[in-house]
Design a protein around this ligand. Structure first.
Ligand SMILES: *Cc1c(COP(=O)(O)O)cnc(C)c1O
Length: 379
């Protein structure tokens, strides 16, 4: 019998992957630290587990939850978002062609340029917000199209339905890095995208205390099978406690993401009217070039925004130096608000404007966050 499938993400996030524990009827799932599992006398393993790299109950529970959150058929959890991305590319073959948005997470660009292109993966970097540029990059060897929307750190929007269609026509699979939006605000599979990728380090964990990544598949296919094979064969698996923390984080994902997203919109409007600010990059603002697409494609605009300062790089550095409530740190998606001079983090190859600051807006009260930004900007 198929269990009833709750349709609402608020319900899914609390219940998916959380069957009551049979051994002690504990409500909170037990942590299975064991690396190995006892076999029956005949050598069988009716619980399905043999060795923790191949499978672990905490990872299985997290994967059930992640698949349900995206309404996909399967999810594979990894030790980091980067390990998840690496595994997708390793599931291809040397000589295969990938189209990748130029505006993706800098670590993914570095993986492609410094590890996978030397391994003979062919990669074309495009501006994926311009669909015809993606179309023109297709070759007979194209196997994968990788996009991230909204992108980092300029919050550019990519039309997921258009990307999925180009992929289908080219017999290539499409991947959306859905870390910024989360399944709460963006559902890549509804637009025909084949894989949703996450750095679960960010909103899924939500408390800046666990590193993880995931690939969720819309439907069964050979690439998903290969990714599953490489998860245990490559071994970049998350620890049981990391899976436990991520499953706990998932329960409050919709509450946190909506609160953070609402806070970000308030802050974006405030900054847009501030005299020290040159430009605000946030898809929730009508002035943003991706606003109409974001309104169509998303259920909220997310909690990351960036802005440039009229006073140049010096003003950006001074503002970041003066904040008292915002924390000067990289990363995003936690309950605490962070501020970052992105170009410093990205290093010499960065194309990010030197006068840009990126905010990851947390769950604090916006009056306090705005007061902090105002004192830092006016110093
Ligand atoms: C952080 C991040 C990654 C990389 O994930 P890690 O967990 O740090 O390895 C990939 N994509 C996006 C959009 C990210 O923000």
């Amino acid at each position: 019998m198929t269990p009833p499938c709750p349709a609402h993400i608020e319900t899914v996030s609390v219940h998916a992957g959380r069957e009551a524990d049979a051994s002690a009827a504990a409500l909170s799932p037990p942590l299975h630290l064991s690396t190995t599992f006892v076999r029956e006398a005949d050598g069988s393993f009716p619980h399905g587990y043999t060795y923790s790299r191949a499978g672990n109950p905490n990872r299985a529970a997290l994967e059930t939850c992640l698949a349900a959150l995206e309404a996909g058929c399967d999810a594979m959890a990894f030790s980091s978002g980067t390990a998840a991305a690496m595994t997708v590319f390793q599931a291809l073959n040397p000589g295969d062609h990938v189209i990748c948005s130029r505006d993706v997470y800098h670590g993914v660009l570095r993986l492609l340029r410094e590890v996978l292109m030397p391994w003979q993966l062919k990669v074309s970097f495009v501006d994926a917000s311009k669909t015809d540029e993606v179309h023109r990059a297709v070759t007979p060897a194209t196997r994968l199209i990788w996009v991230e929307t909204p992108s980092n750190p300029l919050l550019k929007l990519t039309d997921l339905a258009a990307i999925a269609e180009i992929g289908r026509d080219a017999k290539a699979l499409s991947v959306c890095d859905n870390t910024f939006a989360t399944p709460v605000l963006q559902r890549p599979f509804e637009h025909g995208i084949d894989f949703s990728m996450h750095s679960t380090t960010k909103y899924l964990g939500g408390h800046s205390d666990v590193l993880g990544g995931a690939i969720v598949a819309r439907k069964h296919n050979a690439l998903a099978e290969r990714i599953r094979f490489l998860q245990s064969t490559g071994g970049a698996v998350p620890a049981p406690f990391d899976c436990w923390l991520l499953l706990r984080g998932a329960a409050t994902l919709p509450l946190r993401v909506r609160a953070q997203s609402a806070n970000a919109l308030t802050i974006a409007h405030h900054l847009a009217a501030h005299k020290a600010v040159e430009e605000v990059f946030y898809p929730g603002l009508e002035s943003h070039p991706g606003h109409a697409l974001a309104t169509r494609q998303m259920r909220g605009y997310g909690a990351v925004l960036s802005f440039t300062l009229r006073g140049g790089e010096a003003a950006a550095m001074q503002t970041a130096a003066r904040v008292q409530l915002f924390v000067r740190a990289t990363s995003l998606g936690g309950v605490e608000s962070l501020i970052e001079h992105r170009a410093s983090m990205e290093g010499p190859e960065s194309h990010t404007p030197r006068n840009l600051l990126r905010l990851s807006v947390g769950v604090e009260h916006t009056d306090d966050l705005i007061a902090d930004l105002d004192q830092a900007l006016s110093g």
